[in-house]
Write a protein that binds this ligand. Structure first.
Ligand SMILES: [Zn+2]
Length: 178
């Protein structure tokens, strides 16, 4: 069983200790993800390694996995997109250092404390497709097919609740009295 990750950590110390963090981060608490993709369930599975690379740069490396709920823009049905985002960031304390290390990789500015959920959310947002769609177009046709099949049922319901149908029934009853 994976455990929940701490809210925030001191990444500089974790680099010194060459620590590996492994755990889960609930998606429902990520407000920016909700803004982009709607309300989410489940949790991201996270593995982060804090280390110094061969050039001596403090780095965060690892992987984030999650199933993000999206709406397919081809068939408009909700679907789960499995995301697997590799993480490889150089830890820097300010803008100046961020510019200096850009030749070696992507910097992340953390003066002291790192809010893990923010980092995980950033990475998931990076992994979201611009236009979400079922990967396999056949999935879309299957959904549209199901929608068409259920169509006759719907029109029956409509007839039942149609006020004119009730009027018609009344009329025919009155006619039989005559
Ligand atoms: Zn679709």
């Amino acid at each position: 069983m994976s455990e929940r990750l701490p809210e925030r950590v001191d990444p500089w110390r974790l680099v010194q200790q060459r620590r590996v963090l492994q755990g889960e981060s609930p998606l429902e608490r990520m407000s920016r993800l909700a803004e982009h993709a709607g309300a989410q369930q489940g949790a991201a599975r996270v593995l982060l390694e804090f280390l110094r690379d061969d050039e001596g740069h403090p780095r965060i490396r690892g992987q984030i996995e999650a199933e993000v709920g999206l709406v397919c823009q081809r068939c408009m049905e909700p679907f789960l997109l499995p995301l697997r985002q590799p993480v490889d960031l150089i830890l820097v304390s300010d803008d100046v250092h961020a510019e200096q290390v850009q030749a070696w990789g992507e910097p992340v500015i953390v003066p002291e404390q790192l809010f893990l959920r923010d980092l995980i959310e950033d990475e998931l947002l990076l992994g979201l497709p611009l236009v979400p769609r079922h990967e396999d177009e056949a999935e879309c046709h299957r959904h549209v097919g199901r929608w068409l099949e259920s169509e006759p049922e719907r029109s029956e319901d409509e007839q039942r609740s149609n006020p004119f149908a009730v009027l018609g029934e009344l009329k025919s009853r009155l006619n039989t009295k005559d």
